[in-house]
Design a protein. Structure first.
Length: 118
């Protein structure tokens, strides 16, 4: 697992090597080295909360910026409250591939793994 360098409020999220490599690859595919990933926790999903990942060009004024392996991930202050101690991973296994948030604060997750509750 990578040591993440973060700025802003206290560390709330770690990135695995696979995650950082995948984000970097997606940035290359977009042909825009200035893109960064934004991770947000939103209300919704079958368990109450869900994660949203999207590319962003710039951080918000209060965003936490987590850097690892040459990539940056933005987390807004509200979302960071739900992500304390969480790890963002990318799995490219036989059963499917995608980003996964391993969140020790989540009490339950739905069957599809897309939403969670506290």
């Amino acid at each position: 697992m990578l040591e993440a360098v973060e700025t802003g409020i206290s560390q709330s999220l770690a990135l695995t090597d696979n995650c950082a490599k995948r984000i970097f690859k997606l940035m290359e595919m977009e042909d825009n080295p200035n893109l960064m990933l934004r991770l947000t926790v939103l209300g919704g999903g079958c368990s109450g909360f869900q994660y949203k990942l999207e590319f962003a060009g710039a951080a918000g004024e209060l965003d936490q910026i987590i850097e690892a392996n040459g990539v940056k991930v933005f987390v807004d202050p509200k979302s960071s409250l739900y992500l304390s101690g969480a790890t963002l991973n990318f799995d490219d296994g036989l059963m499917g591939s995608g980003f996964q948030v391993e969140n020790p604060s989540a009490r339950t997750t739905c069957g599809c793994g897309e939403s969670f509750s506290f």
